[in-house]
Design a protein around this ligand. Structure first.
Ligand SMILES: O=C([O-])C(=O)C[C@H](O)[C@@H](O)C(=O)[O-]
Ligand SMILES: [Mg+2]
Length: 421
């Protein structure tokens, strides 16, 4: 083994980044939300980057893994999973209690999901370091790209004009169909997005269906998705599906859990997609056997990295299930990783989700630019992004200065603070 590829040091930097008051079925995004930047430095002096959730539960698992890595090779990405199982221990008490993951809206929190979300950032950082060391892009380490660009979808939200006590943000309020259409127009004008996903589960289902109809009127024939994060009953889901019918590219997690999704799927032709009932390999057999979902949203953060995202793609292909991509609040390191892996997935037939246009902070030196809703796939070594260390230090300072209130994303708590009634 080339000793230059051995890991010399691992740096973890928790940060707080600005986030607008976007609404979802849990509550509202906090004004600042945590992320974790992982740097893996080799003995050869090359540093690889990764990014993941930065809440305290993730940090508690990341620290022992970071401490155990020096001396291992960045080529040993398979070994990371065994190592994490050995050194991370249990998730901190109280965070795995059957609740839906507040920061992710990705089904119930489990210790395994937390651990995989942490390992994903280390895997990405190792692949970045390996790619930089060898002078090849990460997609080459995953078998090579099958496309030159990756298409992304505009992620529309009902939102307030401002966080409580703050000045209105640049997007303004969107609490009705007209506001959503205006937001979509701005997304299209700024980034050229050709497809739109509306985050639902916020207003009455009829209002959300009306917003989709308004989008269809403004952008005829464009792919449209609605995602209430499991907030509806089977009857409501069927009523909305019947009303919107052909207007929808897919309906995402209209109800919670595989049995309810299967019940809806059996009674509508509208394709159902999920990032809530199939979020681990163990959940796939039942959901696929029952025909509960036609599309699974991959997300390298919680599926455990870029290689495992490709394993998920192979599983979906085997069962004739389609593939799309999910996103939470994230920065340019994650966007680069999403783009690299998406470039290697032949059956990715839907535009990927991204929250990125909502972010005003970043830690990469050159923020990516969407053209016609697409990102060019970088052929530069590694992920193709570099760290802005001054920015990283500023955002880490914010995290240090926080009294603990915002270090864990909790949209329900943020809503209670803003609207105690
Ligand atoms: O597709 C999804 O379910 C999501 O993107 C979940 C996210 O947590 C999103 O709803 C958010 O951040 O409000
Ligand atoms: Mg979803």
């Amino acid at each position: 083994m080339d000793s230059a590829l051995r890991i010399e040091d691992v740096r973890l930097t928790p940060i707080l980044i600005k986030d607008p008051p976007l609404l979802n079925t849990q509550g509202v995004h906090q004004p600042l939300t945590p992320r974790l930047v992982v740097e893996v430095e080799t003995r050869g002096g090359i540093t690889g980057l990764g990014e993941t959730y930065g809440d305290t539960a993730y940090l508690a698992l990341a620290r022992p893994l970071a401490a155990a890595l020096p001396g291992r090779s960045v080529t040993d990405v398979n070994g990371l999973f065994r190592l994490a199982a050995d050194v991370c221990g249990a998730a901190p008490a109280g965070v795995v209690d059957g609740r839906v993951d507040a920061g992710g809206l990705r089904g119930v929190r489990t210790a395994e999901k937390l651990r995989l979300s942490v390992v994903s950032a280390f895997e990405t950082a190792c692949l970045d370091a390996l790619g930089r060391s060898l002078g090849v892009p990460v997609h080459a380490l995953l078998g090579g790209r099958v496309r030159e660009e990756v298409e992304y979808s505009a992620y529309l939200f009902f939102k307030w004009a401002a966080h409580p006590g703050a000045a209105p943000d640049a997007w303004g309020e969107a609490l009705d169909p007209a506001g959503v259409v205006e937001q979509a127009r701005r997304f299209e004008a700024a980034h050229g997005f050709g497809s739109f996903k509306l985050k639902g589960g916020v207003l009455a289902p009829e209002r959300e269906a009306a917003a989709i109809r308004a989008l269809a009127g403004e952008f005829p024939g464009r792919p449209l998705r609605l995602d209430p994060n499991g907030a509806w009953s089977v009857a409501t889901a069927l009523a909305v599906a019947a009303e919107l019918g052909d207007l929808l590219e897919y309906l995402e997690d209209p109800v919670t859990g595989t049995p309810a999704m299967a019940e809806v799927a059996a009674r509508t032709d509208v394709p159902l997609a999920t990032n809530m009932c199939v979020t681990t390999f163990a959940e796939a057999p039942e959901a696929f056997a029952r025909g509960a979902v036609r599309i699974v949203l991959c997300d390298h953060h919680y599926w455990g990295g870029l290689h495992r995202t490709r394993e998920l793609a192979a599983l979906c292909r085997t069962y004739g299930v389609g593939l799309s991509m999910h996103s939470n609040t994230h920065l340019g390191i994650s966007l680069a990783a999403m783009t690299q892996v998406a470039a290697t997935l032949p059956q990715l037939a839907h535009a990927c989700d991204t929250h990125y246009p909502w972010q005003t902070d970043d830690v990469v030196t050159v923020p990516p630019r969407f053209r016609a809703g697409r990102l060019a796939v970088s052929d530069a070594p590694g992920l193709g992004v570099d760290l802005d260390r001054d920015r990283l230090a500023d955002l880490h300072r914010r995290w240090l200065d926080d009294d603990g209130t915002l270090r864990d994303r909790d949209d329900a708590a943020a809503l209670r603070r803003a609207r105690p009634e």
